[in-house]
Design a protein around this ligand. Structure first.
Ligand code: SIN
Length: 281
């Protein structure tokens, strides 16, 4: 049982923190877990260096956050179906997740968190960007906040780029097509209230949001593009690099992320566990 003191160091003024003083290959004490959970709520995305966790230890840590949820398009590892491995291989046209999004928001209950472990990295590059959607909401005008407050939007798994991401470009991944019995569309609030912090967060994302509920796609396009661009402003972001043994966990309820594809011709392999969430409200 770990007894050391957890230290939390912010990565930028907007979001993200490095967490040290824990060994995730060993059970956490309740005090360590309480510190990590509070840091997760305060900083939204946490990076742990030097954690050479096995898939079983990866799952054990994920389950401290809550029950795990499988990626609907993926087949997990043979012995650990809840652990999705995805890779970008030298011949692939592009990477997985190279667009601003929050994970699987086309599901009625999208995962509250995602926990990623680096298994193989390119010599340089392959960072992940995160953007804080509390800040995105807080920095909108009172008038815009009032207009968005009661609006809903349609989220789809079949938005072109993300669809191609899954079915076309990943030579190494066993990903399914959209028509293979997967829920592909959901309606969620444009602004959601975080169930643990009570803070409001902008929830539309470029990867999955196709239109406002009750509006046509053409009517929605202008305002959605404004909100996507606003959400992606650099002052809401942090950039996380990966090293051998880095584990990162992020809160999908109040963040978007973007996997940077700056390592063509190289290989990057990650293992991912998603933690079940609630219906956004
Ligand atoms: C993702 O889950 O969208 C991928 C993130 C990454 O590979 O950095």
């Amino acid at each position: 049982m770990g007894t050391s003191t957890v230290t939390v160091t912010p990565v930028t003024g907007a979001t993200g923190a490095d967490v040290a003083g824990v060994d995730l290959t060993r059970p956490l004490s309740n005090a360590q877990w309480d510190s990590i959970h509070q840091a997760f709520l305060d900083h939204q995305v946490l990076r742990f260096r030097g954690q050479h966790v096995s898939p079983a230890q990866h799952l054990e840590f994920a389950r401290r956050f809550g029950p795990v949820q499988r990626y609907p398009y993926g087949n997990g590892l043979p012995d650990f179906p809840d652990v999705l491995e995805f890779s970008r291989n030298p011949g692939d046209a592009r990477n997985f997740g190279g667009l601003w999004h929050s994970d699987t928001t086309y599901l009625p209950e999208p995962p509250m968190a995602t926990m990623l472990v680096a298994r193989e990295l390119p010599p340089v590059g392959g960072d992940t960007l995160f953007a804080n959607m509390y800040l995105a909401h807080e920095t909108l005008s009172d008038g815009m906040q009032a207009m968005l407050a009661d609006m809903k939007a349609v989220f789809s798994a079949t938005k072109r780029y993300m669809e191609e991401d899954r079915v076309a470009v990943h030579s190494g991944n066993a990903l399914k097509k959209a028509d293979e019995g997967v829920t592909t569309e959901a309606v969620h609030p444009v602004v959601r209230t975080h169930p643990e912090t009570g803070r409001k967060a902008l929830y539309v994302n470029r990867g999955h949001t196709v239109r406002f509920d009750g509006w046509t796609a053409a009517e929605s396009e202008g305002l959605l593009n404004f909100l996507f661009g606003h959400a992606e402003r650099p002052e809401f972001q942090c950039r996380m690099n990966w090293e051998d043994g880095t584990l990162i966990v992020w809160d999908n309820r109040c963040l978007q992320h973007f996997a940077v594809d700056d390592y063509p011709g190289r290989r990057r392999v990650m293992q991912r566990v998603t933690i079940a969430g609630d219906a956004p409200a």
